[in-house]
Design a protein around this ligand. Structure first.
Ligand code: NAD
Length: 248
């Protein structure tokens, strides 16, 4: 049986399916991944700019990078990878969609619910906890009127409500993702380089608890040797092909 048919069968039979998605699912929407050659901005690598240290040193520079990404995203549209995954969250019982993406494209495709491990580029929060401004707020303006943007409550500098390199993940989201990885029959990692921990630990966790593990990626990754089935190809094409088989 062809690997695509095997995966479609496993997903059809699964009581619980957990999907971990990464930047690769947004590539077809024109959004650069971090590790691809096209992910550079002013010759700066994400790992050096998406950090608390970089923000402390130059908040405006870091915000210029986020503002660039936000403008790119505002002009982008969800692609079939987002659409298939979003549809599964609504129409297939037992699906948990976990994403490392901060771009909001899965949400725009209608994914609900969704476990966001690294926050959202469309949410801001005050750097200094202030009386009224502790919660994140949503701001979809791009470009932003002032860089760095200010907390509407105390006037202090605001930051993007995303998890930067070196910062801990949102514990509630991580717990939910780990629980769904333990409990699933099938674990699908799609468009992720499987390098950024703790998200990268979810697949081995699922495997240790008996899940069939599948990877969809254009390239070989650190997870490729671990998975039961590695599907080489573009997420937007492979997911659409699986979805078609589920329907037939
Ligand atoms: P990554 O950039 O490290 O890896 C992207 C992976 O996607 C690579 O393995 C690449 O081979 C694969 N890929 C590229 N195009 C593909 C396609 N069309 N179909 C399938 N696979 C494809 O991204 P990551 O693993 O998600 O982790 C890095 C961190 O980067 C995360 O913390 C995430 O928050 C952040 N990030 C997010 C976005 C976004 O929100 N769109 C974009 C870049 C990075």
């Amino acid at each position: 049986m062809a690997p695509l048919d095997v995966v479609a069968d496993r997903i059809r039979e699964a009581h619980r399916l957990t999907v971990l998605s990464g930047a690769g699912i947004s590539a077809a929407s024109g959004i650069p991944t971090f590790r691809g050659g096209d992910g550079l901005w002013r010759r700066v690598r994400a790992e050096t700019i998406a950090t608390p240290e970089a923000f402390a040193a130059d908040p405006r520079l870091v915000w210029e990078w986020y503002d660039w990404r936000r403008q790119m995203l505002l002009a982008a549209r969800p692609n079939p990878a987002h659409e298939v995954l979003a549809r599964w969250t609504r129409s297939r019982p037992g699906v948990t969609l976990v994403t490392q993406n901060v771009d909001g494209l899965l949400e725009r495709a209608g994914a609900d619910p969704i476990v966001r491990l690294h926050g959202s580029i469309w949410h801001l929060r005050c750097c200094q906890p202030c009386a009224a401004g502790r919660d994140d707020w949503r701001d979809e303006t791009a470009p932003l009127a002032t860089l760095p943007p200010r907390c509407p409550h105390c006037g202090g500098i605001a930051r993007p409500a995303v998890t930067w390199f070196g910062e801990p993940l949102d514990l509630e989201a991580l717990d939910e993702a780990a629980g769904a990885s333990r409990a699933c029959d099938v674990f699908l990692a799609v468009g992720t380089s499987a390098l950024v921990y703790p998200a990268a630990g979810l697949l081995p966790h699922a495997r240790a608890h008996g899940a069939v593990t599948v990877e969809i990626n254009t390239e070989t990754t650190g997870a490729s040797d671990l998975v039961d089935v590695a599907l080489r190809g573009k997420a937007e094409e492979v997911l659409a092909a699986i979805d078609k088989r589920l329907d037939s």
